[in-house]
Design a protein around this ligand. Sequence first.
Ligand SMILES: NC(=O)c1ccc[n+]([C@@H]2O[C@H](COP(=O)([O-])OP(=O)(O)OC[C@H]3O[C@@H](n4cnc5c(N)ncnc54)[C@H](O)[C@@H]3O)[C@@H](O)[C@H]2O)c1
Ligand SMILES: [Zn+2]
Length: 384
Amino acid sequence: MLQSYCLKLPTAVYAGEGALEKLDGIIASREPKKVALFCDKSIFDLGLTDQARKIIEARGIEVAVQSDLAIEPTYSEVQATVDWFAGEGADFILAIGGGSVMDAAKLVSVLATSEYTVHDLLDNPALARKQVYTVMVPTTAGTGAEATPNAIVAVPEDELKVGIVNDAMIADAVILEADMIKNLPRKIAAATGIDALCHAIECYTSTKANPMSDTFALEAFDLIINNIERACDDPEALDAKRAMQLASFYAGIAITASGTTAVHALSYPLGGKYHVAHGVSNAILLSPVMHFNEPAIAERLAAAYDRAIHAGAATVEEKAAAVIERMDAIVEHLDIPKKLGELGIEGVPIDQLAEAGMSVQRLLVNNMREVTLEDAKAIYAQIL
Ligand SMILES: NC(=O)c1ccc[n+]([C@@H]2O[C@H](COP(=O)([O-])OP(=O)(O)OC[C@H]3O[C@@H](n4cnc5c(N)ncnc54)[C@H](O)[C@@H]3O)[C@@H](O)[C@H]2O)c1
Ligand SMILES: [Zn+2]
């Protein structure tokens, strides 16, 4: 357990019935000249930005829409968005989307008027300074990016995804609007839901875990374990979907106060090299990494069992095994591939992948059991 710890949060979080209507009050109090609205093409085409645009335009304020954001963007793609923003003269950011959109918006919020580039932040994240007031409306449940100080970009030349972390990127306000995730396609709900599950269990079993992160990680774990399948399977299960939306936000707070571990660390090369969706690469690695970590985290897994699963396990070992089994069963139930081969990825250079994974020391240092290069190779060998 860490000696000292800290929790940083967005200033305001709106949730529950009609949450998006609260945007009107935010706009009224900030009085922006022009709002930049970030989303991706699917979000725009689905009409998920319509209500927000109406609310802002009803106050006579112009909205510049950037609906072309890339999914899991490279740092150059995000730089193009920063440059677009600089040309628009907007003074308020509204991001409506999944982690891809929110991460791009966060980087814009700290780079809008500075001489630094996204690439500069890769080398030195401490350069980031908040420059534009930012509101996040997540449409997946999810990355929890609406809560975290992290922005993840792909670095194609290194075949890796890299996290840029700076508190200045924490959103000023967050709106958890249930309508945004009501019609989330099952495949996306499943992958992004497993991402949130990984955030919760990794942060709870991290060397950085502390009483504050534990509070959010355990609640998120409980909500996800007991709602994810219904939220994905049943289009009418609004209560389960709302639970997942809250859980994903809580798990984001757990990331902010603690940190993810070897699942996320080893997942980044799969995203960087093979463009496996973030939630899917985490789902594939979850079971092998949890089995590897089990001897070091059994007590913590047992505590997670006591909180969320009540199925008759008695000893610490039984409870720890039951948690891993339950997570495995969820991945199976949600039809997420467990092997790279199922995604058509063959001829994987394990040595190269393991070296790339080992470079993500930012997260590997959080893992309770030390991961060596040989361990990383053995873990990747299990997912071929
Ligand atoms: N900043 C952080 O703390 C953090 C944490 C975890 C992951 N990430 C990053 O976030 C990115 C992944 O984000 P994500 O998993 O939210 O997915 P995403 O934003 O990449 O979106 C995935 C797909 O879902 C679609 N989509 C999103 N919302 C939808 C909706 N309501 N209805 C229909 N389709 C919808 C998108 O258009 C896209 O095609 C990755 O780059 C990952 O590395 C960031
Ligand atoms: Zn994640």
